[in-house]
Design a protein around this ligand. Structure first.
Ligand code: ZN
Length: 539
């Protein structure tokens, strides 16, 4: 069954919304790639193997029959093992050690001055990938891949049946492997840093703790004021029955308006919305739809669309090299959260899109005005599920996970104790406790996949998203008027030029400084929340 819908809503959109080509008037790419051809042809081959493995994973989450799980785990493990072997091969090593100083990880100066800036960045990042991979034995990579594929499938069933005990042996195995991985990779202060660095180059527990402390110091009192406010928002309109095919049609319409190119992308259904990419010309997003939760499909489409725009906006000429890849998960998440929250939960956005939504759901939204709808989608309420959390409580969900996974990796907690610890921290941070593990410790896929160190990138993404958006408002004249007129492409182009097209040319911190003049900081995010919710809840 194909899950795409063919709505005619696109006719309602501004005319420039349908085509976007990545910026190409940059940098002597040909020169860089010619000079480095012996290396980049090998990297390209590795990227194609990784792309095939990603396609198998995408299929596993969307269309694969349940019985195919074990065979699929083996297929993916073989491809990942192959990609790893090719990356750590003697050929790649000899090329890199000729061009890169192993002590500093920086490109060595050449007698003829051959390296331009893209070449230097490409070599720095290729060395980073190579030296990390080189520390991991190939049989370990295959074992980790296989165990994670299996653990993920068991996790999905354990969550469905609300049986933590079913998942526990797999979690023990995956955790042991990740602790082993941290030992191979090496670290200065904590084994957790070794895992975190894979997702967010340059971040450590020491850099993140002060950020989280500042967030906690202002978010917890803000949440208290909101819950004690005399303003009570009624969001029951989001739980009326909404036809699922029409929800998908509207999600698709918003994706088109954002500039997500369906000639180079797809929208499908999966248990957990995600984005995956095999090439800038084939970037796929998924969503999920509940008849009685209007916001779920809507905001997951916008969120994944933000990820999808980043991947479609990468420079295809650099495909296969680090310069054709996204810079970090935190920056990736900033793109999804910027679209989901700064744009998708703003008054300006709904000034244009609400009348369209009202037209599609005429019966349900007949008596609901713009302002009531805006309040409903921004209602703050401590809740059990991270992905459904409002902007204010979201980072409290992340803090809890950040603390738990540090304790797991550093060996202070065992998987057996998780449900109890989870519930205790939920009470402490959000004041509520799940009745079922499916809505508690089993809710996220990450640990089954071995993705320890991933969660903090969500909070970094939130901080970056507001920092970038504030900068966009400074640089794009009348940005919010454009958005209110349904003209989203102006923002999409700005993000493409400032962030997407650069790949890993700069480190995440360098990129943030180039775009906003500053490293990541909590102040813009906190000021944004205090203003938004102060006004909404009359604080
Ligand atoms: Zn995301």
């Amino acid at each position: 069954m194909r899950l795409e819908t063919r709505g005619n809503g696109a006719a309602l959109l501004p005319s420039d919304a349908v085509c976007y080509t990545p910026e190409t008037e940059r940098t002597p790419v040909v020169h860089t790639l010619t000079t480095l051809a012996p290396l980049t042809t090998r990297l390209l081959e590795i990227q194609r193997i990784n792309g095939a493995a990603s396609l198998l994973s995408w299929d596993q989450e969307t269309y694969m029959p349940a019985g195919g799980g074990e065979a699929r785990a083996e297929q993916i493990a073989v491809l990942q093992g192959l990609a790893h072997q090719k990356l750590v091969s003697a050929e790649v090593e000899s090329l890199l050690t000729k061009w890169v100083n192993p002590a500093t990880g920086q490109a060595l100066d050449q007698p003829d001055g051959a390296w331009d800036e893209p070449a230097r960045s490409l070599l720095r990042e290729a060395w980073r990938d190579f030296s990390r991979a080189k520390k991991l034995p190939s049989d370990f990579v295959i074992r980790l891949s296989r165990e994670c594929s299996l653990a993920q499938q068991v996790w999905a069933e354990a969550k469905e049946q609300n049986k933590f005990g079913m998942f526990l042996p797999h979690l023990r195995t995956v955790l042991a492997l990740k602790r082993e991985e941290a030992q191979y990779l090496g670290y200065k202060d904590s084994p957790y840093d070794a895992l975190l660095d894979v997702y967010e180059p340059g971040s450590t527990i020491a850099t993140l703790r002060p950020l989280f402390a500042q967030l906690k110091a202002r978010l917890v009192p803000l949440l208290k004021k909101v819950t004690q406010s005399s303003v009570k928002i009624d969001d029951s309109l989001l739980r009326y029955p909404y036809d699922t095919a029409r929800q998908l049609e509207f999600g698709r319409l918003v994706l088109i308006a954002m500039g997500y190119d369906f000639e180079r992308g797809r929208l499908d259904l999966s248990a957990h919305p995600f984005t995956t990419s095999f090439h800038p010309t084939d970037v796929r997003v998924t969503t999920r739809i509940y008849e009685h939760e209007l916001q779920s499909c809507l905001f997951s489409c916008i969120h994944e669309g933000g990820h999808g725009l980043y991947d479609q906006g990468l420079d295809p000429r650099y495909f296969g090299t680090p310069l054709g890849e996204s810079v970090s998960l935190g920056i990736h998440e900033s793109q999804s959260r910027l679209w989901e929250n700064c744009v998708g939960r703003s008054r300006a956005f709904w000034r244009f899109f609400y009348p369209i939504l009202q037209q599609i759901f005429h019966h349900q939204l007949r008596g609901v005005d713009n302002e009531q709808f805006y309040a409903a989608i921004n209602c703050v309420r401590p809740s059990l599920i991270r992905v459904e959390a409002d902007e204010l409580t979201y980072n409290l969900h992340i803090m809890l996970r950040f603390e738990i996974e540090q304790d797991l990796i550093e060996g202070r907690t065992t998987p057996d104790d998780l449900p109890g610890i989870w519930n205790q921290k939920m009470r402490e941070y959000l004041g509520i406790v799940p009745e079922r593990d499916a809505e508690g410790v089993l809710q996220d896929v990450h640990w089954s996949l071995g993705s320890f160190g991933y969660f903090p990138t969500y909070t970094l993404g939130n901080l970056y998203s507001v920092q970038f958006y504030e900068q966009a408002k400074i640089e794009i004249p009348h940005l919010e008027d454009e958005i209110a007129a349904g003209q989203l492409m102006v923002l999409r182009r700005w993000l493409g030029q400032k962030i997407h097209c650069w790949g890993r040319m700069f480190t995440p911190d360098h990129l943030a400084q180039r775009v906003t003049g500053s490293s990541v900081k909590p102040e813009p995010f906190l000021a944004y929340l205090e203003k938004k919710y102060g006004e909404l809840y009359k604080l």
